[in-house]
Each structure stands twice: as C-alpha cells, then as structure tokens.
Ligand binder design. Structure first.
Ligand SMILES: Nc1ncnc2c1ncn2[C@@H]1O[C@H](COP(=O)(O)OP(=O)(O)OP(=O)(O)O)[C@@H](O)[C@H]1O
Ligand SMILES: [Zn+2]
Ligand SMILES: [Zn+2]
Length: 804
C-alpha cells in the first residue's frame, strides 16, 4: 500500500500527530514530502489542507483508510530541513506543528476554507431556502451572511440529509502569468518570408525583422509590443502564419523596479577585518559558531556583514540577513542590492502578498543567494546556507507575540546547526542574554569599539525637565535644546528629534474629577488622534469622537495629557517658523512607500528636522545630522516590565548614535524627569559595558533573566472569574509537578487585564534548572485544549519579552 502521513490543518482541534492516508495510484509517483495536499477529515469527510510529512510505498495499515483527494502544489512547499524544523519548533514554543508550518509559508499558501451548500433533492426543501440557490444545485455560503430563520431551516435540512455542506479548500497561491512568444522559424526562413511580403505590410515586415535578429529568444508579448513597436494584432497574424508560438509564462512581480547603483567593498579597518576573518573562518570550516558583534553606533557593522556574506558566496554558499522591520530602510536595501545585485531577495511587510510569494518562489527555485528580510524571513527556503546574520539582535520584534511564540535567534541557531555555518548577532546594545553568553564563552565576542575613522561618539547632555517646567512651563522644548536647534538651522545642518511614544501616549483627562476615557472593550485609556479627530483604542480598534465634556461629571475642563507627534510638530513649527520639518510616525507612514519617501527627502536635505517616534532611532546614517534631541526619555522607564531600563538604555544609545556620524561632531540632548536614573546616566556616557554590569547585578538580585529563565502562562476568557479560576487550577498543577526551586509570580491579572472583551490572568514561572518543565507544560496545554471550544484559552509563552 502507498501510504502518506499527513499533518492536517484542523483549526478547532489541533494535534501534533500526523494522520495516515492512502495515496491513490494516479498520485503515487507525483507525491513528495513537504507537499500540500487536500484530504478528507472527520466523520463528515470535509476537505482540509495538510502537509505530507512522510511517505511509505510499502505500507501496512489495519482498518479503513481515507484517500488523499489531490495535490495543492506540483513541488514541495517545505523541504526536509523546514519540515524537521517545524517539529522542533512545535516542541520549543509549545505550539502545534501545523501552526509552525503555516508560519513558515508565505501567507498566500495558507489555505482559506469555504463552505459549499448542496441540495440533494429540490423537492425536499421549501421555497425560502430554495430561493437562496437561484436555480443552481449548489452555492458558496457563509453562515454570517444568512438570515437566522433560514439558517435554522438549513441546519434542520442538513440533519435530515436534504442538504449537504461541503468544505472547499481555496488555494490563494497563484503565480502571475503573462503571454510569452518565441519564433519557430529560423532566420533564413524569416528572410524568405520577408522577400515574399507585400510592400505595404509594414508591421509584418517589422516582426520578420525582429525574428531574423532574435531567433532563439523568448520574449514577453508585452515587451515585443512596447520595445519593438509591433502591434498585438501583428503578433497574432505571425502566430497564424506559423512564424511564432505563444504560451503562458510565469512572471515574478518585481517590487524593486528602481535600478540600484552598484557599490564595492570598502577597505576594512583593523577591527572590522578581524571580525570578517573570524566569521569567514567559521564559514570555511563549517562550524556553527555564534558570534556576538558588539560595535558602537557608526562602527561599520553593516560593512562587516556584507563582506562576510561575500566570503560565503565565494564559497558557493548562500546567506541570510535579518533586520528589524524598521531598519530595513532604503539605505540598507541600496547597500545590499548594490553589492550583490540580482542575487538578492527581499522579504518584508512592505511587499504585497503576491510579491512576497514571488520572492519566496525565487528563493525556493534557487534563484536568489542572498536573502534580506524581517523576522519571518528566517524561514526562507534557502539551501546550503553559509552564514546567518541578525542585525540589532536585541530588538524585541524578533520575538513573535502570537503562537507560535518563537524567538528568531533560536530558529536561526537551529538552522546554523543544520547547515554547519556561523550565526552573527550584531548590535551596539546587545540583549543581556546574548552578552552574558558571550561572557561565558558560549558565544564568541567580536568588538568594534570605535567609530569609523575614529570619529568620536557625540557628546550627550541631560536636561532636567522638572527644573525646566518650573522656569518656563514648557514640557516639550527646553531652552537649551531650542537654542541648539536654532544654531544648527543657521549652519544648515540637520536635526533628528525623537518623541518616545512607547508606553503612555496622549489621553484625555478631566481636570475636575480626574476621569480618564477608557476603551469600553479593553482596560486601557484611549489615545487621542488629531488627524481623524477621534479617540482610538490601540488594542481593539474601537474609535469614538473626542469628548467635549467629561462623561463622569459633565465638567468642560478637559485636558489633553501626553503629547502626540502631530501636536509637537505644530508647536515646533511655531517656535522655528522657517525650518522644514518632516514627521515620521504611524500616521505618516501608513501608506506603502511613505517611510522611504520621508527618509529620502531627509537624505536629500529637502528638510531640516526629522521629528519622529522610536522608528527613527535605528540604522539611519545621515552624515549631515549633528544634533539629536530626545524630547521625553522617561515614558519607557515607567512600564511594569523588568526590561524597562534595558529598553530605555538601548533606545537612547541608538538614537544618540544618529548624531555626528561623518566629519562634523554630534551633540545630543536628553530631556527627562528622572535625570539620575542609571539607564539615563549610562546612556549619556554611551557606555554599554558599564550598563551591562549594572543591569546584570539588578537582575541577579531580583532573580530575572539572564540568571533565571522565565515562562508565562496565560488564561483568557470573556468571564473574568473563569479565567482566574483556571489560573489557580494551573498553579496547583505546577506546584505539584515542579521542584521547589521554581519561583512563581501570580496568578495575577495581566497588566492590561481586559483586551478585546476578554480577561487575562497570568502566572510567570522563573527557574534555573527544571527538567520536568516541558513535560508539565505540555500536560497543561493538552489538558486545557478541550476548553478552547468553550472560549477559554490557555497559552504558554517561553522566554517572554512582554510581561504585561
Ligand atoms: N571600512 C570603512 N571605511 C570607510 N567607511 C566605512 C567603512 N566601514 C563602514 N563605513 C561607513 O561608515 C558608516 C557607518 O557604518 P554603518 O552604518 O555600517 O555602522 P553601524 O555599525 O551599522 O552603525 P549603527 O549601529 O549606528 O547603525 C557608513 O556610512 C559606512 O558606509
Ligand atoms: Zn470629570
Ligand atoms: Zn479596545
């Protein structure tokens, strides 16, 4: 018997065990591991998507087997590496293998299910139901589109077998196809035809001319029309006359039409050279070493990445480079594309899903040797990888917040072990976890302690806003910062201003009773948006008009607290009327390509000031920027998260690093209400090593990572009591199964207790060495899975980055 093990995509009842199916004869020579298939599932035999995990051509099976219905692909969607990685990942992240597999595939390859309603006998159903069908025997239907009385009838008819519901798998993955043409006569034959042609057949003559000169070439019809001025009708006659043949050809959508100027390797300085040498030695010797490249801002880390990639390519290998979404700037794209040309594939959220699918297929077909992308690009189907790079390795966006809750660093390490190649983690402010591993010798530390050309790091001055408010009453712009801004404007130099929006942003408060407007669905304050003149919830999307009087006491004394970027921009424009200001925040970058346009404008010096949220803190390399101002350094310090100091230090160091990167010296102002906090003091010195030691001692005292590992377990339900009760039950299980060295925080309501109408309760486990942990957590997951149908969800987040 030809049998296949298939991992099925059953959204309601998840399982990690594959199901066995019979392979029909007509598919037996086509089916491969990693292919997407359609299979019947469950008693109703509804059609669902699955992935072939194993094939056995001489299988045995007792009992009845269902047959595979059909193939969704002609090639494997997942190669052996990714297939076995999905197994590991499911275990590591306490999620289901099918969720891991679907995460690895481009979104268009995740099937959508549609339901089809079929009448078995028209005489059996009443007119009201029959009218839905409009004469046909079957219709596509969505439960939510159908009137509830009719729906009740449908359910009844279904019970009586008068109607059938069939599930269809709707494959969205479609390649873009275009017409291509190719001559089928040779040049001599074309010449003969040309001689026979009547004088006035100018277009046919043009076509024959083309054939004479381009005999063996396949060309898209579009190009033949546009570039050679040959009308479509002429091409059609050419086909009828037997000169050409026409067929459909797959075409990749090209997201980067702009030509990129080539650039060439720079002469490395000593530290850079040492780094490249160590890394490429590991590539050459096929060692899966992990390198931590700790380089101050502007030390030329990118050049190290590019030359290490070059070495891997020279070795006949491929390379994968990951960057946080926000630092995949046009500058970065130019540097990489300019160096490696068409060998580069890009994967990021700026692409349409069709474009992503095309890039993915180029990689899968071996047409790209270098992949640059954001978190999900770690699953790029590259073969023969010679190096993986993670730039800004400390960035929280490398961890996925939803299931599967993987950290890119772990997946990258797994792939490096598989390919026997090095992993390079780069940052000016490494995560404490990575830096601690480097201290222990688990990672190899490479450092770039100096800026390129020995340019000094910028001077950083701290401004105590408590004092400033006393004297001027202005909480946005201190006198000193304003003077510096004016000074740079005079010198025609550029300025970057950051408004820290992490944490509390603008909300509306009543000055009479202190009432703050909250989201009716979530337990957080609504944020003021001046562009749409509404109050919005950033979690569930709830939106309402800005109130003009207090909903609690009716007072009209309503005040806007916190400052939005737009308000600051208006204020700044009044203070410096002649300055050209660009604003960069979620509102101005929503449209595709907007982000690039703003940076390009700033780079061309079509603006003097770039004012933005943390999205301007990283990666930007503009030589003319000599002044950086942080308007409010504190907001990220106040968050209930043990990493808030680390995040604040990182952010301030990164943004300071935007100043004085070329020959002109840089100056930075940090405005703060906590001028003595160590994260701010050490960011002033831009001394990562000192911060590392200080923060490590804090973590040591409080038993937090990297001294302890953490796991977060969350239960959520629309009923608060149920969510809390489950957490107490889970606590009992944990206490019984774990050693007394494991520390437990909670159960407690999550910081944001209510989200999208659900209540969240959590436990955080801190542990050093707990061999039974994963068994115990798996037990909890499986045990509570049945509750998911009742709306109660239990989630496990290993090494969470978000504690709220
Ligand atoms: N060996 C070199 N010789 C001359 N210029 C160099 C060299 N290496 C890098 N540069 C230039 O120095 C500048 C800073 O380099 P890069 O942007 O790579 O720094 P970085 O370490 O990534 O900084 P950040 O962490 O702040 O983003 C760039 O303009 C780059 O072209
Ligand atoms: Zn009030
Ligand atoms: Zn909400």
């Amino acid at each position: 018997m030809n049998l296949a093990k298939v991992i099925v995509d059953v959204p309601t009842m998840q399982t990690n065990d594959p199901y066995t199916y019979l392979i029909p004869d007509e598919l037996s020579d086509k089916i491969q591991n990693g292919m997407r298939v359609i299979v019947p599932f469950g008693a109703g035999g509804r059609k669902i998507q699955g992935i072939v995990a194993d094939i056995d051509h001489n299988g045995d099976f007792d009992g009845e087997l269902k047959e595979i219905d059909g193939l969704l692909d002609l090639d494997s969607a997942l190669n052996d590496e990714l297939l076995s990685m999905s197994k590991w990942m499911a275990k590591k992240t306490y999620s289901f293998q099918i969720s891991c597999i679907l995460t690895m595939l481009p979104s268009v390859m995740r099937a959508k299910y549609e339901k089809e309603l079929i009448i078995n006998d028209k005489q059996d159903v009443d007119d009201e139901v029959l009218s839905l069908f409009d004469g046909a025997n079957s219709i596509d239907f969505k439960v939510e589109d159908i009137d509830s009385t009719i729906l009740r009838k449908i359910i009844q008819y279904r019970k009586e077998d008068k109607l059938t519901v069939r599930y269809k798998v709707n494959d969205k993955a479609k390649a873009k196809k275009v017409y291509a043409v190719k001559p089928i006569i040779n040049s001599n034959q074309a010449q003969d035809e040309l001689d026979k042609l009547r004088k006035n057949s100018k277009n046919l003559a043009k076509l024959l001319d083309y054939i004479i000169n381009n005999n063996e070439v396949t060309i898209t019809q579009r190009k033949l029309v546009n570039d050679f001025n040959i009308p479509e009708s002429t091409i059609k006659s050419g086909i009828e006359k037997g000169w050409l043949t026409r067929f459909w050809q797959e075409e990749y959508r090209n997201p980067y039409e702009q030509e990129v100027k080539p650039n060439y390797p720079l002469k490395l300085n000593g530290d850079q050279q040492k780094a490249v040498d160590s890394i490429s030695e590991a590539t050459n010797n096929e060692q899966s070493d992990v390198f931590l490249l700790e380089g101050v801002t502007g030390s030329g880390k990118t050049e190290v990445y590019l030359q290490a990639i070059q070495k891997a390519l020279e070795n006949g290998k491929t390379a994968l480079m990951l960057v946080p979404e926000i630092s995949l700037t046009p500058q970065m794209v130019k540097r990489v594309k300019g160096r490696f040309g068409n060998k580069v594939a890009m994967l990021h959220s700026g692409l349409s899903s069709g474009e992503k699918y095309d890039e993915w297929r180029r990689i899968n077909n071996g047409e790209a040797d270098v992949v640059v992308g954001v978190r999900s690009a770690i699953f790029a189907p590259l073969n023969n990888i010679g190096i993986i790079i993670m730039d800004e390795e400390h960035e929280a966006s490398y961890k996925q917040d939803d299931a599967p809750r993987y950290h890119t660093r772990d997946v990258a390490k797994w792939r490096c072990d598989y390919h026997n190649c090095p992993l390079v983690l780069g940052s000016a402010t490494p995560s404490l976890e990575s830096r601690a591993r480097a201290t222990k010798g688990v990672y190899k530390l490479l450092s770039l302690p100096k800026r390129i050309n020995n340019q000094s790091l910028p001077e950083v001055r701290i401004i105590d806003m408590k004092e400033e408010i006393k004297t001027t009453g202005d909480e946005d712009f201190s006198q000193e910062l304003l003077a510096a801004i004016n000074n740079r404007l005079q010198k025609n130099e550029q300025i970057v201003l950051m408004l820290n929006r992490r944490g509390y942003s603008s909300f509306v408060m009543c000055r009479s009773c202190g009432f703050v407007l909250h989201c009716p669905n979530c337990d957080i304050s609504l944020t003021l948006h001046m562009d749409s003149r509404t109050m919005k919830c950033h979690y569930c999307g709830h939106e309402e008009p800005i109130p003009n009087k207090c909903k609690n006491c009716g007072s009209k004394k309503i005040r806007y607290y916190g400052t939005g970027t737009q308000k600051v921009q208006e204020k700044l424009q009044n203070l410096v009327p002649n300055a050209r200001i660009l604003r960069m925040d979620v509102d101005t970058t929503r449209r595709k390509g907007a982000h690039e346009k703003i940076l390009q404008k700033f780079g061309n010096h079509d603006a003097d000031i770039l004012l933005g949220t943390q999205m301007i803190a990283k990666g930007l390399d503009f030589p003319n920027v000599t002044l950086v101002g942080v308007l409010n350094a504190d907001t990220s310090l106040d968050l209930p998260d043990f990493r808030s100091s680390e995040r604040t230090f990182n952010l301030l160091t990164q943004v300071s690093g935007r100043a004085g990167r070329a020959d002109k010296e840089g100056l930075v102002y940090i405005q703060t209400f906590n001028p003595d906090h160590y994260a701010i003091r050490l960011a002033q010195k831009q001394d990562y090593e000192l911060f590392y030691r200080k923060e490590m001692s804090v973590r040591h005292q409080t038993n937090y990572p990297p001294y302890f590992f953490t796991v977060k377990i969350t239960a959520s339900d629309v009923n608060e009591a149920k969510a809390a009760a489950k957490m107490f039950e889970i606590q009992k299980i944990l206490k019984a199964k774990l050693s007394d060295q494991a520390l437990m925080l909670g159960p407690s309501p999550s910081s944001i207790l209510k989200l999208k109408n659900k209540y969240y309760y959590q436990i955080i486990i801190k542990y050093k060495n707990e061999p039974n942990l994963s068994e115990c957590l798996n037990y909890i997951l499986n045990h509570y899975q049945k509750d998911a149908q009742k709306g109660l969800y239990v989630n496990i987040d290993p090494d969470p980055l978000n504690f709220m």
